[in-house]
Ligand binder design. Structure first.
Ligand code: BG6
Length: 531
């Protein structure tokens, strides 16, 4: 059971209708997937409404989907196809980056929308689904190509995957006189709850699907700026030579959010910032920042390099948790002019919850490139600013030449790669203040996506859905990658669960987090950026 398309990467070889000439890649038509049906399991949930429906509509609007493309919403709720279409239409009008929906585009999209009512644990529902998909193949020419999207809570993954297998829906289908249609499954995060459960989940998935059929989503990898990080590093000659311990002093990865738990109290209270952000988005940013150049820019090579660097990241040991991590939880405060309640007062959160809504940690990479360069990672909810960035602090000039002229010591150079918002790249360096004398001030050299490119970036889900349909797994996480990411933080989670590894610090909503996080860096003679 292999998926030949999935093993081919962004090089365009064999990716659906893509062509071999890399210079032509990126042309709209070359990125058009084969006709296929996407089955959304759990189609009436929040994810479909906020992300999937708008993403599919925008792909349709951009001309990236073939006319045969069909969506089947599979869920328990008693809806008919028209009601489901209406639900998608409303989601698009509310959440799409291009809204409201354009009638002509919506009409052709709507023709390919169906609803399959059934319980996700009922075998008969899958038997019926199989019949429906065969009928769609005949009527709409979707050629046996199927993409299953598990938009459900993770505890349901094993059941759904098993049922898909039992109903014969996990194997590639023969059609058109023997040509094989492909079958792929997209799994949402969180992928597991800890290392043991992630391993178990991988095993369960692989009992039914082969690894190259499984697309594990980390939507950060679909963000334009994260993809640009690879282009910035490997498409330019001047950065790679200094991307190492000889020139870099330390790195700060920040995923700061102003939002609280947004009505997801029940989920979040069992998850916390370490599982919700650090294990996936945080470590993916780290891997993309720190990996060695891949042999080729394609799924296997990229993921091999990411796994290699993650293997070099030292897992935080149980006894180091107190020294290397800080956990916090917000109490009431003001964020962007609005009053935010304490985390413990949020709906569906335990009144004595110990869940961390803020995490800061210090990681080390044991490799020739990175030995001795601390990587500080922080993330938090209800902070003062929404910003995701990777900031590289370079070593100081070896000689403080200008300090002698009475200038303060020049700040070290910083290269900040801004993932969101105000996407761009900023370099800070010292410059002479015009005039007599030799005064020096730090200035910014600032590249901004918004001003350099007039086009709107696609949402991460647009990129990722299209890639999955094309069979390009470059921006999805592989089984070994996910497991390694859990390994790195597993002892931290265990220590915290045992009430060890340092106290839970409280911070007011609308601040930069607990002061203990500042102390984590101060101990090393450094400080957090305040972007
Ligand atoms: C999700 C987390 O994966 O990422 C959320 O579950 C978080 O808690 C979100 O808010 C952040 O994503 P973005 O794209 O808004 O930075």
């Amino acid at each position: 059971m292999t998926d030949p398309d999935a093993r081919q990467g962004r090089d365009g070889r064999g990716n659906g209708r893509s062509v071999a000439n890399p210079l032509r890649e990126g042309l709209r038509l070359e990125r058009m997937p084969e006709p296929c049906t996407m089955v959304i399991c759990g189609a009436t949930g929040d994810l479909t409404e906020r992300k999937l429906a708008p993403a599919l509509y925008n792909l349709m609007l951009g001309g990236f989907l073939p006319p045969e493309f069909t969506v089947v919403g599979f869920a328990r709720r008693d809806l008919d196809a028209d009601a489901f279409r209406q639900h998608l239409r409303e989601s698009i009008d509310k959440y799409s980056r291009n809204k409201p929906a354009k009638e002509s585009v919506w009409e052709s999209f709507a023709k390919g929308i169906e609803y399959h009512q059934g319980n996700l644990d009922d075998p008969q529902a899958y038997v019926e689904l199989a019949k429906r998909l065969e009928r769609i193949d005949r009527d709409r020419g979707t050629a046996g190509n199927r993409l299953f999207y598990l938009a459900v809570p993770p505890k349901l993954y094993p059941e759904i995957v098993e049922q898909l297998g039992e109903a014969g829906l996990a194997v590639h289908r023969g059609h058109d006189g023997g040509k094989q249609g492909w079958v792929r499954v997209i799994v949402e995060k969180p992928f597991g709850y800890d290392l043991a459960s992630a391993r178990a989940l991988n095993r369960e998935l692989r009992e039914v699907f082969s690894e190259d059929q499984i697309y594990r989503i980390d939507h950060y990898l679909g963000k334009e700026t994260v993809q640009n990080l690879a282009v910035f590093r490997f498409g330019n000659g001047i950065f790679e030579p200094i991307w190492n311990r000889r020139y870099i002093d330390s790195v700060q990865i920040t995923v700061a959010e102003t939002v609280g738990v947004e009505g997801r109290g029940e989920f979040y209270d069992q998850t916390g910032a370490m599982r919700d952000i650090v294990q996936n988005h945080g470590l993916q940013l780290l891997a993309t920042f720190a990996m060695d150049p891949p042999v080729e820019f394609r799924a296997q090579d990229l993921r091999d390099e990411k796994v290699k660097v993650l293997r070099a990241v030292k897992p935080v040991g149980y006894n180091q948790v107190e020294d290397q991590t800080v956990r916090g939880q917000y109490v009431s405060g003001w964020v962007e002019g609005a009053k935010v309640p304490s985390y413990r007062d949020e709906p569906d959160v335990a009144p004595d919850s110990e869940t961390a809504t803020y995490v800061a940690l210090k990681l080390a990479i044991d490799s020739w490139r990175w030995a001795g360069v601390p990587i500080y990672v922080r993330t938090g909810k209800a902070l003062t600013t929404r910003v995701t960035e990777i900031a590289v602090q370079f070593k100081r000039a070896p000689l403080a030449l200008f300090a002698r002229a009475g200038n303060p010591v020049i700040e070290p150079n910083v290269l900040a790669m801004r993932i969101q918002p105000d996407e761009g790249i900023l370099l800070r360096f010292g410059a002479k203040v015009p005039g007599q004398g030799l005064n020096i001030r730090t200035v910014n050299m600032d590249f901004r996506y918004g001003s350099s490119f007039a086009v709107d970036s696609p949402d991460a889900y647009e990129t990722l859905l299209l890639d999955a349909m094309i069979g390009d797994a470059s921006l999805f996480t592989r089984d070994d990658e996910v497991e390694r990411a859990w390994e790195i933080i597993d002892q931290v989670l265990q220590a915290w669960a045992n009430g060890e590894g340092g106290p839970l610090h409280f911070y007011s909503a609308g601040t930069w987090g607990p002061p203990a996080a500042d102390e984590l860096l101060e101990r090393d003679g450094r400080e957090w950026r305040r972007p």
